[in-house]
Design a protein around this ligand. Structure first.
Ligand code: MN
Length: 213
Protein backbone atom coordinates (compact mmCIF):
# COMPACT_ATOMS: atom_id res chain seq x y z
CA UNK A 1 0.00 0.00 0.00
CA UNK A 2 0.95 3.68 -0.39
CA UNK A 3 3.65 4.77 0.03
CA UNK A 4 5.11 1.84 -1.88
CA UNK A 5 8.74 0.93 -1.33
CA UNK A 6 11.18 -0.86 -3.57
CA UNK A 7 11.61 -4.18 -1.76
CA UNK A 8 15.10 -5.67 -2.04
CA UNK A 9 15.65 -8.62 -4.37
CA UNK A 10 15.26 -12.00 -2.63
CA UNK A 11 18.86 -12.83 -3.72
CA UNK A 12 22.14 -11.06 -4.53
CA UNK A 13 22.47 -9.02 -7.74
CA UNK A 14 24.97 -11.55 -9.11
CA UNK A 15 22.94 -14.62 -8.10
CA UNK A 16 21.68 -15.34 -11.61
CA UNK A 17 25.05 -15.19 -13.36
CA UNK A 18 25.93 -16.14 -16.02
CA UNK A 19 22.36 -16.24 -17.37
CA UNK A 20 21.26 -12.81 -16.22
CA UNK A 21 24.20 -10.48 -15.57
CA UNK A 22 24.84 -8.43 -12.45
CA UNK A 23 24.80 -5.03 -14.15
CA UNK A 24 21.41 -5.71 -15.72
CA UNK A 25 20.01 -6.80 -12.35
CA UNK A 26 21.32 -3.67 -10.60
CA UNK A 27 19.92 -1.28 -13.19
CA UNK A 28 16.69 -3.22 -13.62
CA UNK A 29 15.93 -3.31 -9.89
CA UNK A 30 17.51 -0.12 -8.56
CA UNK A 31 16.69 2.18 -11.48
CA UNK A 32 13.78 0.79 -13.58
CA UNK A 33 11.68 -0.68 -10.77
CA UNK A 34 12.56 2.21 -8.45
CA UNK A 35 11.22 4.65 -11.06
CA UNK A 36 7.89 2.77 -11.23
CA UNK A 37 7.64 2.86 -7.41
CA UNK A 38 8.37 6.61 -7.34
CA UNK A 39 5.92 7.45 -10.13
CA UNK A 40 3.16 5.36 -8.58
CA UNK A 41 3.64 7.18 -5.25
CA UNK A 42 3.61 10.55 -7.04
CA UNK A 43 0.28 9.74 -8.70
CA UNK A 44 -1.30 8.42 -5.49
CA UNK A 45 -0.14 11.43 -3.48
CA UNK A 46 -2.98 13.51 -4.93
CA UNK A 47 -5.62 10.77 -4.39
CA UNK A 48 -5.88 9.87 -0.68
CA UNK A 49 -8.90 7.69 -1.47
CA UNK A 50 -6.65 5.31 -3.40
CA UNK A 51 -3.89 5.15 -0.81
CA UNK A 52 -5.37 2.13 0.97
CA UNK A 53 -5.47 0.09 -2.24
CA UNK A 54 -3.07 -2.82 -2.76
CA UNK A 55 -1.24 -3.18 -6.08
CA UNK A 56 -3.67 -5.92 -7.08
CA UNK A 57 -6.69 -3.74 -6.28
CA UNK A 58 -5.25 -0.82 -8.23
CA UNK A 59 -4.59 -3.01 -11.28
CA UNK A 60 -7.94 -4.82 -11.16
CA UNK A 61 -9.84 -1.59 -10.63
CA UNK A 62 -7.95 0.64 -13.08
CA UNK A 63 -10.71 0.69 -15.69
CA UNK A 64 -13.21 2.00 -13.13
CA UNK A 65 -11.04 4.96 -12.11
CA UNK A 66 -11.38 8.47 -13.56
CA UNK A 67 -10.10 8.50 -17.15
CA UNK A 68 -7.08 10.65 -16.32
CA UNK A 69 -5.86 8.05 -13.81
CA UNK A 70 -6.34 4.88 -15.83
CA UNK A 71 -3.15 4.89 -17.88
CA UNK A 72 -0.84 6.05 -15.05
CA UNK A 73 -2.21 3.42 -12.65
CA UNK A 74 -2.04 0.69 -15.30
CA UNK A 75 1.55 1.64 -16.15
CA UNK A 76 2.99 2.32 -12.70
CA UNK A 77 1.08 -0.13 -10.48
CA UNK A 78 1.53 -2.69 -13.26
CA UNK A 79 5.23 -1.81 -13.50
CA UNK A 80 5.76 -2.44 -9.80
CA UNK A 81 3.70 -5.64 -9.73
CA UNK A 82 5.21 -7.08 -12.92
CA UNK A 83 8.80 -6.47 -11.85
CA UNK A 84 8.31 -7.91 -8.35
CA UNK A 85 6.58 -10.95 -9.82
CA UNK A 86 9.33 -11.41 -12.40
CA UNK A 87 12.20 -11.06 -9.90
CA UNK A 88 10.52 -13.33 -7.34
CA UNK A 89 10.13 -15.97 -10.02
CA UNK A 90 13.90 -16.36 -10.52
CA UNK A 91 16.39 -18.45 -8.55
CA UNK A 92 19.72 -20.25 -8.70
CA UNK A 93 20.30 -23.03 -7.78
CA UNK A 94 16.97 -24.26 -9.02
CA UNK A 95 15.20 -27.18 -10.61
CA UNK A 96 15.31 -26.92 -14.39
CA UNK A 97 11.83 -28.34 -14.78
CA UNK A 98 8.52 -27.79 -13.00
CA UNK A 99 7.52 -30.13 -10.21
CA UNK A 100 4.42 -30.92 -8.22
CA UNK A 101 0.86 -30.29 -9.37
CA UNK A 102 1.94 -27.73 -11.94
CA UNK A 103 3.92 -30.25 -13.98
CA UNK A 104 0.90 -32.57 -14.12
CA UNK A 105 -1.21 -29.79 -15.58
CA UNK A 106 1.54 -28.75 -18.01
CA UNK A 107 1.83 -32.34 -19.23
CA UNK A 108 -1.93 -32.74 -19.49
CA UNK A 109 -2.31 -29.58 -21.58
CA UNK A 110 0.93 -29.38 -23.54
CA UNK A 111 1.99 -33.05 -23.71
CA UNK A 112 5.38 -32.57 -22.09
CA UNK A 113 7.67 -29.89 -20.74
CA UNK A 114 9.66 -29.43 -23.95
CA UNK A 115 6.51 -28.79 -25.91
CA UNK A 116 5.31 -26.31 -23.29
CA UNK A 117 8.68 -24.55 -23.49
CA UNK A 118 8.38 -24.29 -27.26
CA UNK A 119 4.89 -22.78 -27.11
CA UNK A 120 5.90 -20.36 -24.34
CA UNK A 121 9.02 -19.32 -26.19
CA UNK A 122 7.15 -18.62 -29.42
CA UNK A 123 4.68 -16.48 -27.52
CA UNK A 124 7.50 -14.49 -25.85
CA UNK A 125 9.30 -14.01 -29.17
CA UNK A 126 6.10 -13.05 -30.93
CA UNK A 127 5.33 -10.12 -28.64
CA UNK A 128 5.99 -7.02 -30.68
CA UNK A 129 7.65 -4.22 -28.73
CA UNK A 130 7.82 -4.09 -24.94
CA UNK A 131 5.86 -6.22 -22.51
CA UNK A 132 5.76 -9.51 -20.64
CA UNK A 133 4.94 -13.13 -21.46
CA UNK A 134 2.97 -15.05 -18.85
CA UNK A 135 1.78 -18.42 -17.75
CA UNK A 136 -1.58 -17.79 -16.08
CA UNK A 137 -4.50 -19.76 -14.68
CA UNK A 138 -7.78 -19.21 -16.50
CA UNK A 139 -10.91 -20.87 -15.11
CA UNK A 140 -9.35 -24.23 -14.34
CA UNK A 141 -6.85 -24.26 -17.19
CA UNK A 142 -3.36 -23.01 -17.95
CA UNK A 143 -2.95 -20.28 -20.53
CA UNK A 144 0.13 -18.71 -22.13
CA UNK A 145 -0.32 -15.05 -23.02
CA UNK A 146 1.46 -11.74 -23.45
CA UNK A 147 0.67 -8.26 -22.18
CA UNK A 148 1.95 -5.04 -23.81
CA UNK A 149 3.73 -2.26 -21.88
CA UNK A 150 3.13 -2.78 -18.13
CA UNK A 151 -0.36 -4.24 -18.50
CA UNK A 152 -1.16 -7.17 -16.25
CA UNK A 153 -3.27 -10.36 -16.61
CA UNK A 154 -5.12 -9.55 -13.35
CA UNK A 155 -6.91 -6.78 -15.25
CA UNK A 156 -8.37 -9.46 -17.55
CA UNK A 157 -9.35 -11.80 -14.72
CA UNK A 158 -6.42 -14.22 -15.06
CA UNK A 159 -4.28 -15.48 -12.18
CA UNK A 160 -0.50 -15.10 -12.80
CA UNK A 161 1.80 -18.11 -12.29
CA UNK A 162 5.03 -17.17 -14.07
CA UNK A 163 6.33 -14.25 -16.13
CA UNK A 164 9.27 -13.10 -18.23
CA UNK A 165 9.99 -9.42 -18.77
CA UNK A 166 10.84 -9.08 -22.46
CA UNK A 167 11.44 -5.33 -22.49
CA UNK A 168 14.86 -4.79 -24.08
CA UNK A 169 16.13 -3.28 -20.81
CA UNK A 170 15.81 -6.79 -19.31
CA UNK A 171 18.47 -8.26 -21.61
CA UNK A 172 20.14 -5.70 -23.87
CA UNK A 173 23.45 -5.40 -21.94
CA UNK A 174 24.16 -9.12 -22.15
CA UNK A 175 22.12 -10.48 -25.05
CA UNK A 176 22.00 -7.30 -27.17
CA UNK A 177 18.97 -7.56 -29.44
CA UNK A 178 18.76 -11.36 -29.16
CA UNK A 179 15.54 -11.98 -27.28
CA UNK A 180 15.74 -15.64 -28.30
CA UNK A 181 19.01 -16.19 -26.39
CA UNK A 182 17.64 -14.29 -23.41
CA UNK A 183 14.50 -16.44 -23.24
CA UNK A 184 16.69 -19.58 -23.34
CA UNK A 185 18.80 -18.22 -20.47
CA UNK A 186 15.67 -17.25 -18.52
CA UNK A 187 14.54 -20.89 -18.72
CA UNK A 188 17.72 -21.75 -16.76
CA UNK A 189 16.84 -19.50 -13.82
CA UNK A 190 13.09 -20.04 -13.31
CA UNK A 191 12.07 -20.60 -9.70
CA UNK A 192 9.69 -23.51 -10.33
CA UNK A 193 8.91 -23.86 -6.62
CA UNK A 194 7.60 -20.31 -6.63
CA UNK A 195 5.66 -20.98 -9.85
CA UNK A 196 4.11 -24.07 -8.29
CA UNK A 197 3.15 -22.06 -5.18
CA UNK A 198 1.51 -19.43 -7.38
CA UNK A 199 -0.29 -22.17 -9.30
CA UNK A 200 -1.61 -23.74 -6.07
CA UNK A 201 -2.88 -20.34 -4.88
CA UNK A 202 -4.64 -19.76 -8.20
CA UNK A 203 -6.18 -23.23 -8.00
CA UNK A 204 -7.35 -22.70 -4.41
CA UNK A 205 -8.89 -19.33 -5.26
CA UNK A 206 -10.65 -20.83 -8.29
CA UNK A 207 -12.04 -23.73 -6.25
CA UNK A 208 -13.26 -21.40 -3.49
CA UNK A 209 -15.00 -19.11 -5.96
CA UNK A 210 -16.63 -22.08 -7.65
CA UNK A 211 -17.87 -23.73 -4.47
CA UNK A 212 -19.58 -20.55 -3.21
CA UNK A 213 -21.39 -19.64 -6.43
MN1 MN B 1 11.62 -4.49 -16.80
Amino acid sequence: MYPFVNLPLPYEYDALEPYIDTKTMIIHHDKSLQAYVDRLNEVLKAYPGLQSFTLEELIEGADKLPKVLQAPIRNYAGGVYNHRFFFNGLKIPNRLEPQGNLVEMINAQYGNFNNFKEVFKNEALGLFGSGDAWLVFDKGKLKIMTTPNQNNPLAEGYCPILTIDVWEHAYFLKHYNLRNAYVDDWFRVINWDEANRNFMNCLREYQQNNSTT
